[in-house]
Design a protein around this ligand. Structure first.
Ligand code: USQ
Length: 505
């Protein structure tokens, strides 16, 4: 059998290990001083919370050797690992809860239904119907046999969050509990502040609680590829930190940039909130030896995972309004309901994308392969790069050829401030090389699957009901108005132009 991606990780990475002495991970260059009473010769020792019979020992048992870690298709998995999902009611949170639950993880989660409220504020709804949370929990239990320990808690309510963490003592925390919309954050001052408060302050409070309650847990925090922007020079988007051989030259001198954070150039106040999170998480790891994976995820799309497909009642939400719908999900809904696919501006924007099922696979692989204490690491979670105009073309063609729809494409004035014609090189090496990730979802197949679901009578009706929330009216200047039409065309009548994406895996 081939070695699993996390076979050689050791107690050092394991959340069950309690560090007992003589460890100092300060990586910032500060001089190391031992605390009184600790002998410099003393070895680093741990105690295992799961195997107390081992006493104090050196943290060098590998996952492969440890009976608490069992082999699975996602690598070694810590038996009954306790994973807490923040934002468990959302598109990703619910999907991950079912997948992890099915694999035998112990799932807990919190949510305050912000996503439901924000979508309702827009006058929209999830076009795939979802039940109230109490009902969803029952359905998960009845159909899949999964018990989820859920609390309705606002992340800003630190005392409730602390209490829940103290009760559960999660061994990994997946943080999806943020408001994920660029246009929502640009609507006006109130919305911009709400996004930054919820996201930045919520995460900052969480970090202090983790330090006090579960410092050994791994925080798996959802960032975004949009933190980087799209440098017009074509400089590659490294995975958060510069690689060791990156060099900066200036004034006839040169330095290594290795390990420094790469520049960020966010494209909305929402994306800027994620940048601030990045620095706060990095600092917490540095000051308190917390550990975290910060995930720069591409634009998500899709409806499929094995668990969601078991029963219609298990499905996750699907938004299409101008605030909360992501581009592929929106285009598919537009195709189904006869609205021309709305390309913003030139349509030569290139973005990283990942299907729901592939994103879930990445998350599991990260959860079971935690970083070391004090380690802050970044992964670019992307499975393909596409131009917006090419996506519109692909969706329109599938819609017309396979489903007999009559899909048109329309370029409209870009409501956003963003480069809509630029080079893009994305480095995404860590997930495939160190976590065993291989994408399983083919873009075209997933689009077909999405069209099939959206053509179901009940869902088609729900799209039609909320058609009016699809066209963008929120501009980056904070004014609301209709966007001018620039060009309308049939698929197959235009050549793809501009830059070609470079995807470095
Ligand atoms: N776009 C169109 N037409 C549309 C909708 C979008 O041309 O009808 C264009 C936008 O101008 C943009 C691109 O498609 O250039 C992506 O837009 P999006 O709304 O799908 O995604 P974005 O605002 O970037 O945000 C989404 C998620 C966010 C996540 C991000 C990943 O809402 O939570 O962080 O994708 S990324 O874009 O890689 O930063």
């Amino acid at each position: 059998m081939d070695k699993m991606h996390n076979s050689d990780k050791t107690c050092w990475n394991c959340p069950a290990a309690k560090l007992m002495g003589n460890v100092d991970f300060r990586a910032c260059g500060q001089a190391r001083e031992f605390k009184a009473g600790l002998d410099e010769e003393e070895e680093i020792v741990i105690e295992c919370r799961r195997r107390p019979e081992l006493g104090y020992f050196e943290p060098n048992i590998t996952f492969e050797q440890c009976p608490e870690w069992i082999a699975s298709e996602y690598g070694y998995i810590l038996k009954n690992m306790r994973v807490m999902i923040l934002g468990i009611d959302g598109y990703l949170g619910w999907t991950l809860a079912l997948k992890l639950g099915k694999l035998g993880f112990q799932i807990s989660g919190l949510d305050n239904y912000t996503r439901r409220d924000c979508v309702m504020e827009k006058g929209a709804h999830t076009i795939i119907p979802i039940e109230r949370m109490t009902q969803r929990l029952k359905i998960a239990r009845d159909i899949l046999g999964i018990n989820i320990n859920f609390r309705k808690i606002d992340l800003l309510d630190a005392s409730k969050v602390r209490e829940f963490l103290e009760e559960v003592k999660p061994e990994a925390i997946v943080h999806y509990g943020e408001i994920p919309s660029a246009p929502y954050s640009m609507a006006d001052s109130e919305h911009a502040v709400r996004v930054q408060e919820n996201n930045v302050i919520g995460t900052l409070k969480l970090l202090w609680i983790i330090k006090d309650v579960v410092p050994e847990t791994c925080l798996i925090k959802l960032g975004t590829m949009g933190e980087y922007g799209s440098p017009l020079t074509g400089r590659p988007l490294f995975e958060g930190l510069f690689p060791a051989d990156a060099i900066i030259k200036w004034d006839e001198r040169e330095w290594s940039l290795g390990g420094e954070t790469t520049p960020r150039d966010p494209v909305s106040f929402y994306h800027a909130s994620k940048v601030q999170d990045t620095f706060n998480v990095l600092e917490a790891c540095k000051y308190w030896w917390l550990r975290s994976y910060d995930i720069m995820q591409g634009v998500i799309y899709g409806v499929y995972t094995e668990e969601l497909a078991v029963d219609k009642k298990l499905r996750t939400r699907y938004d299409i309004d101008e605030w909360f719908g992501t581009v592929i999900n929106r285009f598919v809904a537009q195709a189904v309901t006869g609205i021309p696919l709305t390309i913003y501006g030139q349509g030569e924007q290139i973005r990283g994308f990942i299907a729901l099922n592939d994103a879930m696979q990445c998350m599991i692989r990260l959860i079971v392969s935690p970083p070391e204490p004090g380690q802050y690491d970044v992964v670019n979670q992307v499975s393909g790069l596409y131009k917006i105009s090419d996506l519109a073309e692909a969706i329109a063609k599938i819609g017309n050829k396979k489903f007999n729809l009559n899909v048109m494409i329309k370029r409209i004035e870009n409501p956003r401030v963003e480069a809509d014609n630029h080079p893009l090189e994305v480095v995404s090496r860590k997930l495939p090389r160190f976590f065993g990730f291989t994408p399983q979802i083919d873009l075209e197949e997933e689009i077909e699957r999405m069209i099939e679901v959206l053509l179901e009578e009940e869902i088609k009706k729900r799209i039609d009901l909320k058609k009016h929330t699809i066209l963008p009216v929120t501009t980056w200047q904070g004014e609301k108005r209709e966007m001018k039409e620039l060009e309308k065309y049939e698929p197959g009548t235009r050549e793809s132009k501009g830059y070609k994406p470079i995807f470095d895996t």
